[in-house]
Each structure stands twice: as C-alpha cells, then as structure tokens.
Design a protein around this ligand. Sequence first.
Ligand code: HEC
Length: 107
Amino acid sequence: MKQLSLAIASLAMISGAAGAIAATKVNWQSVTVTLPTPGGFYSGPNATLLNANCVTCHTAGFVERQPTLSAATWTVEVTKMKNAYGAPLQDADIPTIVQALVAMQAK
Ligand code: HEC
C-alpha cells in the first residue's frame, strides 16, 4: 500500500512537471552549422569501405592528417586499431583497407 501511494505521488509529480513544460512556449528554429574540414567522413572511390570500418570511433581527419605512409605502416596502424582499440575489423579485410588508405594518400 505504501508503494502504491508512493507511485501515485510520483505520477502526480510527473504530470505536474509535464503541465509546466506544456505551458512553456518553444520556438523551434532552423540553424546552419558549418562542420570543420577535414570532415567526418571519407570521400572518393574507397569511401564506402573506409566509412564502414573507420568512422565508428573517430573522424576521417585522423587519417587525413597523417603523413604519407607505406602499406606496411598502414597495416601496423590498422592492426593497432583492431588489437589495441577494439575496432571490429575482419582480418581478411585488412589488406583491402590498407590498399584503400594507400590509394587515398596517393591522390
Ligand atoms: C574501435 C574504435 C576505433 C576504430 C573503429 C578505428 N580507430 Fe583509429 N583510433 C582509435 C583510437 C582510440 C585512436 C587514438 C586516439 C588518440 O590518440 O587520441 C585512434 C587513432 C587513429 C589514428 C592516429 C594515429 C594513432 O595511431 O593514434 C589513425 C591514423 C587511425 N586511428 C586510423 C584508423 C583507421 C584507418 C581505421 C579503420 C581501419 C580506424 N582508425 C578505426 C580508435 C579506433
């Protein structure tokens, strides 16, 4: 019974709060935001692959700000994303991802 009256009291408080919110007039407006560049996502021919594997945790800017790296170094880097940071990459996809990164930097 005590629980029931507590529940009723809580409900009364919630509906009271909802009433206060409903009484507040909200003026919704559109805003325009210019995102920083390099942007969040990859673009170009390999964008789909890289966006699928490499933007879960950080933006494409992490890659775009790197100096030109060899395929061997990118392999170490991508493997580090998987083993050290837990990126859900399939081992079989790593060579393709590395090729995409090398091709992106070659442009
Ligand atoms: C599970 C999360 C996660 C995913 C997915 C991920 N990364 Fe990272 N990445 C990190 C973290 C964490 C850092 C380190 C951030 C810091 O030092 O502030 C990082 C840093 C980097 C850096 C900067 C250099 C360095 O080693 O710190 C590069 C380049 C990079 N990631 C590339 C990639 C690429 C390419 C992919 C896709 C294959 C990828 N990341 C996917 C978590 C991730």
